[in-house]
Design a protein around this ligand. Structure first.
Ligand code: HEC
Length: 283
């Protein structure tokens, strides 16, 4: 939803006939700026042209039966006939799923997040663009918080992701007891691409396996793509399953899990967490 910064503001997505999926809708507006090359929370698609088509036939998203039904719908609409002719004048057939994919991907790539206070600060080294609190927050983000190790500040504008996968522990407790059976099931099926997306959207337990669903490597159980934090204060709720309601809670979770990972507690005072939040609000 453009008015919600290209998210839906819900915990998990709601599709046709009110059917709910298993994933929090990520903002499409950060995708081009973050220079994403893998798509969906588990990175199951590496081509945007493929990623944009999956929701159309996902049973709990747009619910079309198959690409043939999609083509029939689009070909039957005179407004589309005109628009496709303009965009792809020499195409035969005039409307194909390849061209639909190319058009959708081009639109998504055109979406940009607005210039942020941090962008202005970074472009001109202009400290007046950030509040004193946000400046302290930046120091924690890069320093003892270690946030910038994954939410990287490189790039113009800053990408705020490392394009890699990590275990935060979010959602993992719920499936721990059932892990052997779950992973065995996934390996047996080893689905790919669109079919995998349908499975993930309709099986909450398997969805929590994250990157493992794609690689079937036990080391990848519970790993998810680092989301870009561009515009993050506008995209609540948080995490792949939308289980974290507010930015404060997201910061607390991240501080906690990073402590577990580092093997020693990351001590941030209430004040320092507020500073961190002020910085995240400037992204
Ligand atoms: C080891 C890499 C890593 C580090 C370090 C890290 N994060 Fe994250 N962060 C992630 C991943 C991966 C997710 C997504 C987790 C999920 O959905 O299960 C995430 C999610 C988030 C989210 C939610 C974003 C959204 O759109 O849902 C916020 C906010 C966040 N991190 C802030 C921080 C802050 C603040 C720090 C420093 C205290 C930090 N992160 C450190 C990898 C990291």
């Amino acid at each position: 939803m453009p008015e919600k910064d290209y998210t839906d503001g819900r915990q998990v997505a709601v599709g046709v006939e009110g059917r709910t999926g298993t994933r929090n809708t990520p903002s499409l507006m950060t995708l081009a700026d973050a220079q994403e090359t893998a798509f969906f929370w588990d990175g199951r698609r590496s081509a945007l042209d493929q990623a944009v088509m999956d929701p159309l036939t996902n049973p709990v998203e747009m619910g079309l039966h198959d690409q043939a039904q999609l083509l029939e719908r689009v070909q039957g609409d005179p407004a589309y006939a005109q628009a496709f002719k303009q965009a792809f004048p020499d195409a035969k057939p005039a409307i194909s799923s390849e061209h639909m994919a190319a058009a959708l991907a081009a639109y998504v790539r055109s979406l940009r997040s607005p210039e942020s206070a941090y962008d202005r600060y970074a472009a001109r080294h202009d400290k007046t663009q950030l509040s004193p609190r946000a400046l302290l927050g930046l120091a924690i983000f890069q320093g003892k918080g270690h946030c910038a190790e994954c939410h990287r500040l490189e790039g113009t504008p800053a990408m705020l992701t490392d394009h890699a996968y990590h275990r935060t522990g979010v959602g993992l407790d719920a499936i721990t007891a059932n892990l052997p059976a779950l992973t065995e099931d996934v390996i047996k099926r080893s689905l790919q691409g669109g079919a995998l997306g349908n499975r993930v959207a309709t099986h909450a337990d398997e969805a929590q396996l994250g990157r493992f669903n794609i690689t079937q490597d036990p080391a990848d159980i519970g790993l998810f793509r680092t989301p870009s934090l561009r515009d993050v204060s506008h995209t609540a709720p948080y995490m792949h399953d939308g289980s974290v309601a507010t930015l404060d809670d997201a910061i607390d979770r991240e501080v906690y899990y990073r402590s577990l990972q580092a093997g020693h507690p990351l001590q941030l005072t209430v004040e320092e967490r507020e500073d961190l939040k002020s910085f995240l609000q400037a992204l």
